[in-house]
Design a protein around this ligand. Structure first.
Ligand code: ZN
Length: 518
C-alpha cells in the first residue's frame, strides 16, 4: 500500500527515483525509535522494489546536528562543561567523551555505528554540513523571497503576542556562538541578510551576550526554525517519502504547506503511533518504561524486534519486559507457518536481519521462547549447553538449525537472570518475612494469653531473637516492623513501642498486614 502511494507520487512529480528520509536528533544516543523508523522505511522500500524493481531508492538518515542544546542530557560525562555551552548548535559543543570534534560528531558516529550494526542501507546527512556547504542556499533564498507567505502560514498557528516578533530565521551569534539567544530585528531581502540582537536570556541556563549584527542567511551562519527547516530539507534534498510519529502530525501539515510555498512538492508522509508499555502508558525516556533497544537485543533475537516494527505501525502497540516472551513466540510461530510467499513479514525480516536465521526454523511451534524459559526454571540451570541438550532430546528436529536455538537459549538465560530471577527472589524474601512476622505475632499472643505485662526490654529481646533464629538481616527485619506499625522505614525502639501500643493493638496490626499478603 505504501509502495503504491510512492509509485503514484512518482508519476505525479515525474521523478524516476525515490528519496526517503529518516530523522535523528543527536542531543542523545540513538534509541529504539530511531531503529524503528529506519527499519520501517527499509520495509517500505523493499516492498517498492518488489513491485517496481526499476525504481532506484535510497534512505537519507538526516541528523539535526545544527540544533542547539536546550538541556544538559542525563548520563553523559562532563555535565558542567555542557552546561556552559547550552544554547549553542550541537556541532559547536565539545564532545563530552573527548573523542570526536564535537558533541554532535560523537552522536553522529554512534548513529552510523548503530545503523551499520544492523546492516541498514542508508546515506548519512548532517544538517550543519548541508547549511555550511551551501546545499540549502537556494531553499533559504526561497524562504526569504516568500517570507510573507511563510509568515502568514505560521502566524495562524501561534499566539497573537508572538506574531510580530516571529521570524523563520535563527542566526548564530557571531560573538557568543549561541543560536537560541538571538532575535531577528530586521530583514533585507535584496541582500538575503538579516539583522539580529543577541538578547534572549534563558534564566538559569545562559545569558545572552548583547551583541548585535547584520548577517547573510546563507552558508551556515543562520538556520531556519524546525517546521521551516523540515520543508527546506524536503525541498533541497528532494524527499519523496518520510515517516513520523503521531506527535509530529501538526508540524508535518504545516511543513507540507511551506514546501509548496517554496515551489516544491511535499513527500508522501506516513504517521506511526508511538509505543506503550505493558500497562498501556506511553513510553518515555524519563520514566524508562517499555523495553530499551539494548534490553531487546540482550533478551531476544533481532528478527523479533524487526517483526515488532513491521507489525501495524499505525496502532499504538504495547511493549514491556513482561510481554517480551509473548512477542518472540508470536514471531516464531509466524516463521513456522510461513508458506514462502511475499505476503508475509517473514521475507522482509529475513532480508534485513543480520542473523540470517529467519525463515529457517525447524519447528518453532514446539520449541518456543516461553518453553525454553520454563525449562530453565524447571532445571534451575544456568548452563546453556545443558539446556540445549535437553531441548535436543525433547525435539530432535531442531538439530538442523541448532545455532539459532543456541542464540535463543542465551537470550532466554539473560532474561531469566535479569528479569525472572530478581522477581522470584523478591517474592521469596517477602514470604520469609511474612513467616517471621507470623511467628512474632504468635509469640505476642502467648504473652497476652498468659496475662504478662508488656515489658519494653524483654519485647525488644524477643523481636531480636525472631530475626536471629531465622537468619534474617537485622536491618531488614526492623525496617519491616516499622513499616507494619508506622508505615515508614524507621522509628523508636520497637520494644518500647509495643509496650506502649499494648499486645492487642500490636497483634491486630500484624494480622492486618499478614492478611493483606494472602
Ligand atoms: Zn551572543
Amino acid at each position: 500500500m505504501e509502495a503504491q502511494r510512492i509509485i503514484d507520487h512518482l508519476s505525479r512529480t515525474g521523478k524516476t527515483g525515490v528519496v526517503a528520509e529518516t530523522g535523528y536528533g543527536p542531543s542523545g544516543l540513538p534509541h529504539i525509535g530511531t531503529f524503528g523508523e529506519v527499519a520501517r522505511t527499509s520495509f517500505v522500500l523493499q516492498a517498492l522494489a518488489t513491485v517496481a524493481p526499476q525504481v532506484q531508492s535510497k534512505i537519507i538518515a538526516f541528523s539535526d546536528d545544527m540544533d542547539g542544546l536546550r538541556e544538559v542530557p542525563k548520563n553523559l560525562p562532563n555535565p558542567q562543561m555542557l552546561r556552559e555551552h547550552l544554547g549553542k548548535p550541537l556541532t559547536s559543543i565539545p564532545d563530552p567523551f573527548g573523542e570526536e570534534k564535537s558533541f554532535a560528531h560523537y552522536m553522529n558516529k554512534k548513529l552510523r555505528e548503530f545503523l551499520d550494526s544492523f546492516g541498514f542501507t542508508y546515506e548519512f546527512a548532517s544538517s550543519t554540513e548541508k547549511y555550511a556547504s551551501g546545499a540549502f542556499d537556494e531553499g533559504l533564498r526561497k524562504v526569504m523571497v516568500h517570507y510573507e507567505e511563510v509568515a502568514d502560514l505560521f502566524r495562524a498557528t501561534i499566539a497573537e503576542e508572538k506574531r510580530a516578533a516571529w521570524s523563520p530565521f535563527f542566526p548564530i551569534c557571531e560573538k557568543c556562538g549561541r543560536i537560541y539567544s538571538t532575535r531577528v530585528t530586521g530583514h533585507d531581502p535584496s541582500a538575503f541578510a538579516i539583522s539580529y540582537a543577541c538578547d534572549v536570556d534563558s534564566p538559569g541556563k545562559y545569558a545572552a551576550c548583547g551583541h548585535s549584527a547584520t548577517t547573510s542567511i546563507l552558508g551556515g551562519t543562520c538556520k531556519v526554525g524546525w517546521k521551516v527547516d523540515w520543508a527546506l530539507r524536503w525541498y533541497c534534498l528532494g524527499v519523496d517519502y518520510e515517516m513520523h510519529g503521531e506527535d509530529l502530525l501538526e508540524s508535518s501539515r504545516l511543513s507540507s504547506r511551506i514546501v509548496k510555498v517554496l515551489g516544491g512538492e511535499p513527500p508522501e508522509l506516513f504517521k506511526y503511533e508511538l509505543f506503550l508499555d505493558e500497562n498501556g502508558k506511553k513510553i518515555s525516556k524519563k520514566i524508562g518504561n517499555g523495553v530499551s533497544l539494548e534490553q531487546w537485543l540482550r533478551y531476544a533475537p533481532v528478527d523479533s524486534l524487526l517483526y515488532f516494527m513491521y507489525l501495524k505501525p499505525q496502532q499504538a502497540k504495547r511493549m514491556g519486559l513482561p510481554l517480551l516472551p509473548e512477542i518472540i513466540d508470536q514471531y516464531l510461530e509466524l516463521v513456522e507457518s510461513w508458506d514462502g510467499s511475499e505476503d508475509s513479514p517473514v521475507p522482509f525480516i529475513s532480508r534485513l536481519s543480520r542473523t540470517g536465521h529467519a525463515g529457517k526454523l525447524a519447528d518453532p511451534k514446539t520449541v518456543t521462547y516461553s518453553l525454553i524459559l520454563q525449562l530453565i526454571l524447571a532445571l534451575n540451570q544456568d548452563d546453556p549447553r545443558i539446556v540445549r541438550d535437553y531441548l535436543l532430546k525433547y525435539q530432535p528436529d531442531i538439530a538442523g538449525n541448532v545455532e539459532y536455538y543456541e542464540l535463543l537459549i542465551e537470550d532466554a538465560l539473560a532474561y531469566y537472570r535479569d528479569v525472572v530471577l530478581p522477581g522470584r527472589k523478591q517474592e521469596e524474601a517477602g514470604h520469609e518475612m511474612d513467616e517471621a512476622l507470623a511467628e512474632f505475632r504468635d509469640l505476642l499472643k502467648g504473652l497476652k494469653d498468659s496475662d504478662a505485662t508488656p515489658d519494653a526490654d524483654s519485647l525488644q529481646t524477643k523481636a531480636f531473637r525472631v530475626s536471629k533464629d531465622r537468619n534474617l538481616k537485622m536491618k531488614d527485619w526492623f525496617r519491616m516492623l516499622y513499616r507494619v506499625f508506622l508505615g515508614q522505614s524507621q522509628g523508636p525502639r520497637i520494644g518500647s513501642f509495643i509496650a506502649l501500643l499494648g499486645f492487642e493493638k500490636t497483634i491486630e496490626r500484624l494480622n492486618a498486614h499478614l492478611e493483606g499478603h494472602e
